[in-house]
Design a binder for this molecule. Structure first.
Ligand code: GUN
Length: 282
């Protein structure tokens, strides 16, 4: 078997075009465009690339972009005050602070300061709690984008044995909640997991979000499994690769996401989708 490619880039572009059309229509009706603030503290090069892509997508969709880069030595108090100002603005519907933040800033304190109805990253405990209680409002972008991609395969998720590798607040944990809500049987693996290989070998759906190049050998992938690779790793030669060995995994899987062009573009499209929702409701 050679897997079909789950083309996140194409799915994301179609989603972004439909969002752009909705915004165009709302603005023609006299409503405000959705406003998104992406705040970056410092100049982390990887974050700078993500933030630039988010800004570009925001502008192309017709959103109001109020993104800003704050100096590396910005104090936590100053960042909290900036969030308070953005929380109070009627023309800003979504606020995200790009992670990681410098060590002198506590990310949890920052996330909790964003008004939950403007938390388009879906990281606030209110939004995580809504997802955990099967009443999602603004769900974290990467896992929700993965759900949109999985829908495109047309495969039923109900009863599927899903294995998630990585238990982060951004990917693994909300991914587990999304799949549980879709009635999959979910196993979450992390650095203390025993016999990761056997867990992956048994999986009908594998989602990997660790950030370690090629950590899952392709021959671990069960024949016919769906493989979702959330990792984006830059190698010494400048090329990008995922957390799963692509070519060997592709030979076993039924569907697989490429890196780049898989999950990455879906995260940004879902961020726009969340901001649209924050601006206009469902
Ligand atoms: N850093 C890595 N992924 C993300 C994300 O989805 N949102 C934010 N704010 N920071 C990140």
């Amino acid at each position: 078997m050679s897997a079909q490619i789950l083309d996140g880039k194409a799915i994301a572009l179609a989603l972004r075009e439909s969002i752009r059309q909705t915004v165009e229509q709302k603005v023609a009706e006299g409503q405000r465009p959705p406003g998104l603030a992406v705040i970056m503290v410092g100049e982390d090069p990887a974050s700078a690339v993500y933030v630039r892509n988010k800004k570009l997508a925001c502008e192309k969709a017709g959103f109001l972009d109020v993104s800003e880069v704050l100096a590396e030595d910005t104090t936590q108090e100053a960042l909290l005050s900036r969030i308070d100002e953005l929380n109070a603005r009627d023309d800003v519907h979504g606020i995200i602070v790009q992670l990681p933040v410098p060590d002198h800033i506590d990310p949890e304190t920052i996330i909790e300061r964003i008004a939950p109805h403007k938390d388009v990253d879906g990281f606030h405990p209110y939004n995580m709690g809504r997802l955990a209680t099967r009443m999602p409002v603004l769900a974290p972008c990467t896992p929700h984008g993965v759900m949109t991609m999985l829908e495109k395969t047309g495969l039923p998720l109900r009863g599927l044995n899903a294995v998630i590798v990585g238990a982060s607040n951004i990917v693994g944990v909300p991914m587990a909640l999304e799949l549980l809500n879709a009635r999959a049987t979910v196993t979450v693996c992390h650095s203390a997991t025993k016999d990761l290989e056997q867990k992956v070998r048994d999986a009908e759906l594998v989602v990997v979000g660790v950030g370690r190049p090629n950590m899952i050998p392709g021959h671990w992938i069960k024949s016919g499994a769906i493989v979702i690779d959330v990792g984006i790793n830059r190698l010494d030669d400048g090329s990008l690769c995922g957390d799963v060995e692509f070519e060997t995994a592709k030979a076993n899987a039924s569907w697989i996401t490429p890196v780049p062009g898989g999950v990455g573009p879906m995260t940004i499209a879902t961020l726009l989708q969340n901001t649209l929702k924050a601006a206009y409701g469902d």
